[in-house]
Design a protein around this ligand. Structure first.
Ligand SMILES: Nc1ncnc2c1ncn2[C@@H]1O[C@H](COP(=O)(O)OP(=O)(O)OP(=O)(O)O)[C@@H](O)[C@H]1O
Length: 232
């Protein structure tokens, strides 16, 4: 397969991408291809550039050089770390998940019956349906994180990008999130998630390791012997 063909069948392909903030480069020449129906774990030390790479894949941050090509995937969804979302937002859990449907419907538009069914299903999948009427700011950190993931799922994206979706969650919630990511993969979604957990990375088809804004691919899952502790 030529690189052109590979990019065409990829959910997202980055070619020699540089990106950063305010003139300071964080990513230095990142080349990576993510295919539909796979789960990719993004690992690396704090500040190595994982969140920045996710933002470039989501097109919320433009590269300063290089190319980002979205082949098969038309619609990315980015679920940010819960610390990036204000506790003070006066919205309920249901409203938060409903916002996931705005990608299709447009902001503040009336949701269809189908949209509402998607919202209910996504709340059920993350076990937050019981919290539907609660205000986001009143929830525990773990509950809020699951709500944000439910919002991401509700977008019906074919490229699902998640920044440490299971960090700080209890064992049950972590398992649920691992199961949800596997379900998305089975539906053909390309999933990329940043993680500090070797246990979570072990469930991925592929592990990409960031080092000072550069990518070092671990060739096989067996290479995860490189992880000496659960937290990298
Ligand atoms: N919005 C921003 N403005 C300026 N600098 C930023 C911004 N976001 C990240 N950075 C800087 O970019 C570098 C990479 O950060 P990034 O958040 O991508 O790393 P990370 O691997 O996701 O880290 P962590 O594991 O701590 O979440 C860091 O030096 C960080 O300070």
């Amino acid at each position: 397969m030529t690189s052109v063909d590979a990019a065409a069948t990829a959910a997202v392909a980055l070619e020699d991408v540089y990106a950063g903030y305010g003139g300071r480069a964080v990513l230095h020449g990142v080349t990576a291809t993510v295919h539909a129906g796979t789960v990719t774990a993004l690992v690396g030390a704090n500040g190595s550039g994982k969140s920045t790479l996710l933002a470039v894949m989501a097109s919320t941050l433009a590269p300063t050089a290089g190319r980002v090509r979205r082949g098969a995937a038309r619609r990315p969804a980015l679920v940010v770390q819960r610390s990036a979302v204000s506790d003070a937002l006066p919205v309920t859990v249901r409203e938060t998940v409903e916002m996931g449907r705005w990608a299709e419907r447009g902001p503040w538009q009336r949701l269809t019956r189908g949209d509402r069914a998607v919202v209910e299903a996504c709340m059920d999948r993350l076990a937050v349906a019981d919290l539907a009427r609660r205000v986001l700011g009143d929830l525990s950190g773990g509950q809020r994180q699951r709500v944000l993931l439910a919002q991401g799922l509700a977008q019906g994206a074919d490229l699902l990008l998640l920044d440490e979706p299971a960090t700080g969650l209890d064992a049950d919630s972590r398992e649920r999130i691992t199961a949800v990511l596997a379900e998305e993969r089975a539906r053909g979604v390309a999933v990329v998630h940043a993680t500090h957990s070797a246990r979570e990375a072990a469930h991925a088809d592929r592990v990409l390791r960031m080092e000072d804004g550069r990518l070092a691919e671990l060739s096989t899952i067996a290479d995860q012997a490189l992880f000496t502790a659960d937290d990298l």
